[in-house]
Design a protein around this ligand. Structure first.
Ligand code: NAI
Ligand code: MG
Length: 333
């Protein structure tokens, strides 16, 4: 049976890299049935729609969702992030944001091979807060951090499971427990309690500011990192920068309870500066599609695509040429 995949290619290079990623999946012999959803900056500018509820309900009927990137320079910041990306994360309960990072040993570091598990539905991104006395000299803005025991625990448990499945079996909690004492206490206590159930997983704790230093100076220390929404957002950009760059960084927004489809997208945006030139690196989109295949249980195809991308690692060329090289390497495997 073909997997039913909803495609939100989006704007700019999102459209270019998503086409390549889906071609690679098909070339690996995975049967997929795709339906395109016209969502993103272009649609918003044309019709004013961001993510109508009817389309959100339609998205629920798919096995998975593949995204390119959304955003155009004409749309003010926040409109699509809150109205589309965050709305999807909350409505589909995509509570795990998983981002893998891998880079060979270089002059600069001893190699990178770690994954960041970012809580994806709570924290400062939950939308608690507001503006009072807006526009006056007494204006007040609050943006609360929402942390529930349920939300923290399901994220921490996922991270322990993931760490247990890996060779090193090492998990680092990243937070700022010394200053964010309420949220930090809930995270640390939950982490410690769950850790007791995973005797074979070694644990560590880093404050987020220290983690930024270690990630640059000694990234090899990390195996799996678990952290909250905001810290995870920032830390994964840093992780991308030390491990092959934005053209390779993939991400999965997952509902591990599988009560709704999960959403797989590259970390990068729509890159208006290079959109339309056909020069975007499609590897981040391909890796995101690989994460989708793993989520759907297509482990053999996922592994073959990983090998094909590795075999063409040094190849540079246009978006389409890189796609063709990966498809070629798949045939040769
Ligand atoms: P960006 O990731 O689009 O671009 C940053 C820089 O990286 C640019 O110089 C771009 O050319 C380069 N770059 C990005 N992806 C690349 C690729 N695959 N190959 C080669 N070079 C690549 O971030 P930026 O410029 O901050 O945002 C552009 C638009 O994308 C904005 O509208 C923003 O809101 C949106 N955005 C959307 C995201 C999403 O849909 N999840 C995530 C990040 C940004
Ligand atoms: Mg980000």
């Amino acid at each position: 049976m073909a997997h039913k995949i909803a495609v939100i290619a989006g704007d700019g290079i999102g459209v270019e890299v998503t086409a390549v990623a889906l071609d690679v999946v098909r070339a690996a012999g995975v049967a997929i049935e795709t339906v395109d959803f016209d969502l993103g900056g272009a649609r918003y500018l044309r019709t004013g729609d961001i993510l109508p509820d009817a389309e959100l309900d339609q998205l629920r009927t798919f096995d998975a969702i593949v995204g390119g990137a959304i955003g155009t320079p004409e749309v003010p910041p926040g409109v699509l992030e809150r109205g589309l990306l965050l709305k999807m994360r909350f409505a589909l309960d995509l509570y795990i944001n998983l981002r893998p990072f891998k880079a060979p040993k270089s002059q600069y570091n001893d190699g990178v091979d770690f994954m960041v598990v970012r809580e994806n539905t709570e924290g400062t991104y939950a939308g608690e807060g507001g503006l009072l006395r807006q526009g006056t000299s007494h204006e007040i803005a609050t943006q609360g951090s929402v942390n529930t025991r349920m939300g923290v625990e399901r994220c921490v448990r996922y991270a322990f499971d993931l760490a247990q499945s890996r060779d090193r079996k090492h998990l680092t909690l990243v937070h700022k427990t010394n200053v964010l004492t309420f949220a930090g206490d809930l995270w640390q206590r939950t982490f410690n309690e769950v850790a007791a159930e995973y005797a074979d997983v070694a644990t560590a704790y880093n404050h987020v500011d220290a983690a930024c230093i270690y990630m640059v100076q000694d990234p090899a220390r990390y195996d799996v990192i678990v952290t909250d929404n905001l810290f995870g957002d920032i830390l994964t950009d840093l992780a991308g920068a030390i491990s092959g760059g934005i053209g390779r960084a993939a991400s999965a927004n997952m509902n591990m309870a599988r009560t709704a489809p999960s959403f797989f997208e590259p970390v990068h945006g729509s890159a208006p500066d290079i959109a339309g030139k056909g020069i975007a690196d499609p590897r981040a989109a391909v890796f995101s599609a690989v994460m989708m295949l793993e989520f759907l249980g297509e482990n053999d195809a996922a592994q073959r695509i990983r090998s094909a991308v590795a075999a063409t690692d040094d190849f540079s060329g246009s978006t389409e040429q890189i796609g063709a090289a990966i498809r070629g390497a798949l045939q040769d495997l």
